[in-house]
Structures are given as C-alpha cells and as structure tokens.
Design a protein around this ligand. Structure first.
Ligand SMILES: Nc1ncnc2c1ncn2[C@@H]1O[C@H](COP(=O)(O)OP(=O)(O)OP(=O)(O)O)[C@@H](O)[C@H]1O
Length: 627
C-alpha cells in the first residue's frame, strides 16, 4: 500500500506557533537578532576555510532602527544573506533551519555559537507584525530578493534592489489594542532594554540610533540640543568568557551592579569555567545583605541561564537548591537541550549536572570563607544562616551532611557564634553531650534556671533563638557522634557524685507524697512534679519529656495548621531552696496554702519560659494574698 505523507494546514500551524510557543511578545527581537548573529557567524566560518574570504570584524554588525511615522521596526545585518532558493527554503518552510544544516554541512567544530536549530524563530515576528518584508543579498551573489508575507496567506518573493550583502527585515507593527501597545517596540528605551536583556552578549555589535544631548553648535553657554548618535548597545564580550586573570574584583562588582543582582556589594564571587563532559561558564555571587523580601513568599530564587550568550531564562530555579537560594549570578552553557521556544528545557540531564556541580562549588566557597575570613562569614551567616538551617531540616535531613559544617550558634562561653566543630573539639573528656538551650534572646537564655547545672560543670551551651534551630538540630541528632541535648530535657547525663545522688534519691522518696499532691493540684497542665537535679539558686523550672520541647510547642502552636501538639511538661522543684521548706510546711498543715504555693510556682515557671499565664488575674491576686 502506498504510504501517504501527512499534510499540514500551514496557515493554522503558523498561527498556532506564533501564538502559543512564546510567553512574551518581546522575544521576537531576541530571535531576529540571534538569526542576524548566526548569519555573521557563517561569514566567519566561511573565512576560516576559504582564503578568498576576508573576515574583517569592523564590517560586521547588526542594526536596529525604527520609523515612528510608518510604525516599522527594522533589523539589518551584514551577514551571509540568502539567495532566492534559500529565502524560499528557509523562510517558506516551517521548521526548516538553514543554520542547523550549515552546522552539519560545514562540520563546524566550534560551531556551537550558531544559535538557530529549530527553524521557527523567524516566525515569532508575526507576534507583533501585520506584515514582514525581508530584503536579502547572498554572499557572492549580485542579485537581491524581497520576501514578503502577512503571516496568513503565504508569501511572495521577487527580485529587489539591495547594495550590500546581508539581510534587512522590516516589521510593520500591528495596530495597538487594549491589551497590547505595539508602539512600545518603537521606543528607544524599550528597544534598548530588550536588546540588553536578551542579546547583550551577542558577539557582534548591535547598533542603534540613540538620542543624546550635545552642546548646541552656535548656541549660548550650556545650551544643548538633542541629536541622534549611532551607538553600540550590547556589551558583546561576556565577562564570563574572559580570562579570570584579566579580571579584577572591581570588574565582578561592576557586573553584579549592572545586572542588578543586588544593590549591595557582593561578599564573594566565584567564576567557574568547566570544560569536561559538560561545558559551562558561571559567575556566582554571595550577597552581603539580605534582599528585603528574602524570607517572604514573593522571593524567587534562581540564576540567569544563557545558551551561547543568549538569555534563556531570567531565574532558573532548578540551578539552585533552596538552602543556597541567596546566591545570585548566571550560567552559560552550549550543551543545553532547549525546546523550540528556548524557554524551558526538555531534557534536564545537563542542567542537573550543572546544578550539582554548582552546589558543591558554593559549599566549598562558603567553607573557605569561614576558614579564611571569619568576619565576612559571620556577616553572611547573620543574613542567610537561617536558610542553611532550613536546609538541614527540610527534605528529611538529606542535606544535613553537606550543611552541618556551615552552621554556627551563639556560645555561652565564647559569647559569639561558633561552629559545631569548634564546640565538639573543645569538649572536656567527661562531657557526653552537646548542650543547647532555647529562648527568645541570648539575655533571656542566659538567665534560664535550667542552664545552671550544666554551666556549673563548666560545659559550653549553645543558645538557640531562631524557631528553626531546634528543628534543625533534631534532624542532625548528633555531630561527630556527640548527641545534642536540650538543657531542659529529662536526663542531662551529668555525672554527679554518688553520695549526693544517694542523698537526693532519699529526699525525693521522702517527699514523694508532697509531689503527688502538687501534681493532682495542677491536673493535666503537667505530666509530673519532681525534685530537680539541675537547679541551684532558682526555686523552680519547667522541663519536658519526649520529643516536643517547650520552644517547639510555641512554634507549632503559632502555625495555622496547629494541631494542638503539646510538650509533656515537668515541674521541677529545687529542694535546697527555702521555698521548698515553706511547701513542706504547707503540705503538713495548711492545704489551702499548698494550693496557693503550687499554683504560684507553676505560673512562675511559665513566666520564666516566656509562656503565657493561663489566668493572669488569679496569679496577681495570689501574689497579693501571700503579701
Ligand atoms: N538574517 C538572516 N540572515 C541569513 N539567514 C537567515 C536570517 N534569518 C533567518 N535566516 C535563515 O532562515 C532559517 C530559519 O530561521 P528561523 O529563525 O526560523 O530558525 P533558526 O534560526 O534556524 O532556528 P530557531 O528556531 O532555533 O531560531 C535560518 O536557519 C537561516 O538559515
């Protein structure tokens, strides 16, 4: 049976393509400039293989100009041009890429700079055009041709006049509508910024007539006039392709500012050139200050992604893990698999490899910053440390090994931020755990009764003041085989001398009934009342049993999806405190008083923990009563 070819309704196909491939209309300019750059590149490659062709860099450029009255936009290049056949084949057949064919035919080894590959970019002009006219004169030919189309009912080709080799594309802009002001594409400022945004690193000059103010020739002092001056509006050579040794810190800072990655000065930059199984260049920055919306939902992470110098994506989120979302910068790779709109990537294997590579580079940069410039690292950590801690906690702790050595906490001994490694390496031999205490501020933690015994032993305590701290540490569980221990947790693992232990046990036994009575007075507010082994000068404190601590309870309670998770609280009493004698007396003779004292002590313990009193009026009345 004879096989039949698929037919395509080309008018509909073109319409669909034009209106559904690209998410932004302005992209047409990127596509036409990329075509122009490809056409000049072809001249460059011709010159490489044909001695009769001379490639003088100065003769090659792209010019973007407008005619406001006619409402036309013109993109002209001095590239290889197209013959009549080529116009027919390349611009008359959807998905026919002369550029891809050129790459194959010419076996261009370093031809990765040729951008076109799908054979559709040109038609993006119809997103903004009522009609497109192309004048082209091919290299080595004396004849020029005109191709014209309104995008709906085909195209025409006829001989035309054109002096020089190259291609000139004239776009007749669509009428303005309610949704779109096509006149924007006639505005100098608008055009300049689109060129800068997508095509800044095209290797050939993109020229425009730009309005400048100049002193008036025979005018008075200071009198100026507006004149048009032809300027090159793109930077051409991407800084990331330059040799690192040629670049100064200032060059990187300027790039950071020009690209508006931030308004601050970057703390550190990394310039990566990888030329292995995957090839890419990247410049990454660690900012000094936190963007104002950093810890909000509005903040979007991501690096700029370029393919052969053309911007593909403003913020490619897949290139950065969330915990390094503060990193700014760009990646350029020739090896990416792009889809036809060049907006998203079909196969992201390469992208994943680049992302992995970048992740380890950032980590090692941060490690070296910590080692070599502590002051800067602390500055960085004060802004972004919280994000690293989230990184430890999220994804079920799968990144904790990568991040644990970047963490810092405030130390009770050093009175500054220290790393876990520093803590563990100076632990006395008899210390079993890494101790930490939680609270609203360093000052408040300093005064927590629960820290007394641990500090007394001479052990260092890490102060946790951010809500994520304890969650992150629970995920870490241990560092260098040393478990973390909250100073408010049940067993502190402190070695006390045996005689004292025995004495304590005896006293606890003797007062068992008193504690039972107190427990029944407080009901389900607490899990137990116990004699304390951690208090020295304070009469009372709250501790917890089990996984949920008081700080965690506070955080969980403040969340919208709060499910009433509560910590198992234990009221600990210091039996060496005078208050304990009063409790005993009340227990023996005056049950009302025991009630009063128990409630007062419980409320005091709540206040110390920064927890709200259940009944502040009753509490103050009780205070008055004993006065
Ligand atoms: N300014 C130009 N000078 C010379 N040839 C051009 C020019 N513009 C387009 N062409 C030819 O027309 C072909 C089709 O262009 P089009 O932009 O549709 O696709 P492409 O650039 O090949 O691929 P992509 O869709 O990836 O951009 C190009 O491959 C090229 O051969």
């Amino acid at each position: 049976m004879a096989k039949k070819e698929f037919k395509a309704e080309s008018k509909r196909l073109l319409e669909m393509m034009v209106n559904s491939i690209y998410s932004q209309k302005e992209i047409f300019l990127r596509e036409l400039i990329s075509n122009a750059s490809d056409a000049i590149d072809k001249m460059y490659y011709k010159a490489l293989t044909d001695d009769s062709v001379n490639f003088d860099q100065d003769n090659f450029f792209i010019k973007v100009s407008t005619d406001k009255e006619q409402r036309t936009l013109t993109i002209e290049d001095t590239g290889i041009g197209m013959t009549q056949d080529e116009l027919e084949k390349n611009l008359g057949t959807i998905a026919e890429s002369g550029s891809l064919a050129f790459k194959k035919e010419n076996d261009v080894k370093d031809g990765h700079d040729i951008i076109g590959q799908f054979g559709v970019g040109f038609y993006s002009a119809f997103m903004v055009a009522d009609s497109v006219t192309v004048f082209s004169k091919a290299f080595g030919s004396d004849e020029a041709y005109k191709w014209e189309s309104n995008g709906t009912d085909g195209y025409t080709i006829e001989p035309a006049e054109k002096d020089s080799t190259g291609t000139k594309i004239i776009i007749q802009l669509k009428e303005n509508s309610e949704d779109e002001n096509y006149d924007d594409f006639l505005q100098e400022y608008e055009l300049k910024s689109i060129v800068k945004k997508y095509s800044d690193f095209i290797r050939y000059p993109i020229k425009m007539d730009v309005t400048v103010h100049k002193p008036k020739e025979d005018g008075e002092d200071n009198e100026t006039e507006e004149v048009l001056e032809e300027q090159t509006v793109n930077s051409m050579v991407p800084i990331w392709r330059k040799n690192k040794s040629e670049l100064t810190d200032e060059d990187y800072e300027n790039f950071y500012n020009e690209k508006r990655y931030g308004f601050d000065k970057p703390l550190k930059h990394v310039h990566i050139n990888v030329d292995g199984t995957i090839r890419y260049n990247a410049i990454l920055f660690i900012p000094e200050t936190m963007p104002f919306d950093y810890y909000s939902k509005e903040f979007e992470k991501g690096l700029e992604l370029y393919s052969s110098g053309v911007l593909i994506m403003d913020k490619c989120a897949d290139l950065l893990p969330d915990y390094f979302s503060f990193v700014k910068g760009m990646v350029d790779s020739e090896d990416l698999s792009l889809n036809i709109s060049r907006e998203i990537l079909q196969h992201d294997r390469q992208l994943k490899m680049i992302a992995k590579n970048i992740k380890s580079k950032i980590k090692s940069q941060l490690q070296s910053l910590l080692k070599e410039d502590r002051e800067k690292y602390v500055k960085f950590y004060e802004s972004f440390g919280r994000q690293l801690k989230y990184g430890v906690y999220t994804d079920f702790g799968s990144n904790k090994d990568d991040l644990q050595d970047l963490l810092m906490f405030y130390s009770s001994k050093e009175k500054k931020l220290v790393t876990l490694d520093e803590y563990v390496s100076r632990m006395p031999e008899d210390q079993k755990y890494v101790y930490y205490a939680t609270g609203e501020s360093y000052d408040r933690i300093e005064k927590l009764p629960q820290t007394e015994m641990v500090s007394d032993k001479g052990y260092e305590i890490l102060y946790f003041t951010e809500d994520v701290d304890e969650f992150a540490i629970k995920m870490l569980r241990e560092y260098k085989e040393k478990e973390f221990k909250n100073v408010s947790s049940g067993d502190l693992g402190l070695d006390t001398d045996d005689d004292k232990n025995e004495e304590d046990e005896k006293a606890a036994d003797e007062n068992k009934e008193l504690f039972e009575e107190m427990k029944s007075i407080l009901g389900d507010k607490i899990k137990d009342v116990r004699m304390s082994k951690r208090l020295k000068s304070h009469p009372v404190c709250l501790t917890t049993e089990g996984e949920v601590t008081i700080e965690m309870e506070k955080i969980l309670q403040s969340m919208p999806e709060n499910q009433g998770v509560k910590a198992d609280k234990v009221l600990e009493i210091n039996q060496n405190h005078d208050v304990f004698q009063s409790l005993k007396q009340a227990y023996d003779g005056d049950k009302d008083k025991l009630h009063l004292y128990t409630n007062l002590l419980y409320n005091q313990a709540l206040l110390i923990e920064g927890l709200p009193l259940e009944d502040p009026v009753e509490f103050t009345n009780n205070v008055c009563k004993i006065m």
